[in-house]
Ligand binder design. Structure first.
Ligand SMILES: NC(=O)c1ccc[n+]([C@@H]2O[C@H](COP(=O)([O-])OP(=O)(O)OC[C@H]3O[C@@H](n4cnc5c(N)ncnc54)[C@H](O)[C@@H]3O)[C@@H](O)[C@H]2O)c1
Length: 238
C-alpha cells in the first residue's frame, strides 16, 4: 500500500510512533524516524535521525538531508508528544511551556518545513496525532488538551491552505483514546480501570490499532479524505 513511499515519522522510537513506522515499512515504505532517542528495537527500513521537534535549525538540516538522500517526501506523521500533568491551579509556567513547545509548536515546526517541500513537489500527506483529550478535555491536562485541540485546528487549516494552488496535499488527524504505551504507565490503574469499563470494547487500545488508522490516512486508501479527525477510542466517547 505504501510501495516506494518516503515517510518521516517523529518520535517513532517507541509506542504509537514505532507501531506506525513498523506498519509503514511492512507496507513498502521507507521510514525516517526523527526523534531525540533511538529505538531499542532495530527494524530494517526504519532509519533513525537524531533530532528534536522544538529545534527549527535542526529541522531545516534534517529536511535537506532527506531531500538529498531520497529526492522526495510523501508522508509526514507528527507523532512525537509529551505530557506534564497537573490541575490548572498547580500547573507551573515550565509545565505549560514544555508541553506547548513539543506538542504544538513542534508539530507546526515539522509541518511548516515539510509543506515547502510538498508544495514544490505538488503532493504530500500529513497525518497529525491528536488525542481524545483534544476533542473532549481532561482533568489535569490543561496544557496537553490545549496542544491536542490546537493540532485539530492546524489540521483543518493546513488542509485548506495547502491545496489552494492545486497541489494534492492531504492533511488529517487521528485522535486516539487511551493506548497501551509508556505514556500510559504514568497513569494509575484507579484512573485506567474506569476508562476500560466505560469504553464500549472494555479495554485500552493497542499501538497497532492506531497504526492501522495511520496506514489508512497515509495511503491512497483514503485518497478522498482530508481535513478529517479520525477518532480511534474503542467507543469511549461517541
Ligand atoms: N498513549 C496514549 O494513550 C495516547 C493517547 C492519545 C494520543 N497519544 C499521542 O500519541 C503520540 C505518541 O504517544 P505514545 O504514547 O506513543 O508516547 P511515547 O512517550 O511512548 O513516545 C513518544 C515519542 O516521542 C519522542 N519525543 C518526545 N519529545 C520529542 C521531541 N522534542 N522531539 C522528537 N521526539 C520527541 C520520544 O522520544 C518518544 O519516542 C503522542 O503525540 C501522544 O500525545 C497517545
Amino acid at each position: 500500500m505504501l510501495k516506494n513511499k518516503i515517510a518521516v515519522i517523529t518520535g517513532a522510537s517507541q509506542g504509537i510512533g514505532f507501531a506506525i513506522a513498523k506498519k509503514y515499512v511492512e507496507n513498502g515504505a521507507k521510514v525516517i524516524n526523527y526523534s531525540i532517542v533511538p529505538s531499542e528495537k532495530v527494524v530494517e527500513g526504519i532509519e533513525f535521525y537524531k533530532g528534536d521537534v522544538t529545534d527549527r535549525a535542526q529541522i531545516k538540516e534534517f529536511y535537506e538531508y532527506v531531500k538529498n538522500k531520497y529526492g522526495k517526501i510523501d508522508i509526514l506523521v507528527n507523532n512525537a508528544g509529551v505530557t506534564k500533568d497537573a490541575l490548572m491551579s498547580k500547573m507551573t509556567e515550565d509545565m505549560w511551556d514544555f508541553v506547548i513547545n513539543v506538542n504544538l509548536k513542534g508539530v507546526f515546526n515539522m509541518a511548516q518545513s515539510a509543506s515547502e517541500i510538498f508544495t514544490e513537489q505538488g503532493f504530500g500527506n500529513i497525518v497529525n496525532i491528536s488525542s481524545i483529550v483534544g476533542e473532549y478535555g481532561n482533568v489535569g491536562q490543561t496544557n496537553y488538551a490545549a496542544t491536542k485541540s490546537g493540532v485539530i485546528g492546524m489540521t483543518k487549516t493546513w488542509a485548506k491552505e495547502l491545496t489552494r494552488k492545486g497541489a494534492i496535499i492531504r492533511v488529517n488527524a487521528i485522535a486516539p483514546g487511551y493506548v497501551n504505551t509508556e505514556m500510559m504507565k504514568t497513569v494509575p490503574d484507579k484512573v485506567l480501570d474506569p476508562i476500560r469499563q466505560k469504553s464500549l470494547l472494555k479495554r485500552l487500545g493497542e499501538p497497532e490499532e492506531i497504526a492501522n488508522a495511520a496506514l489508512f490516512l497515509g495511503s491512497d486508501m483514503s485518497s478522498y479524505v482530508t481535513g478529517h479527525v479520525l477518532s480511534v477510542n474503542g467507543g469511549l466517547v461517541i
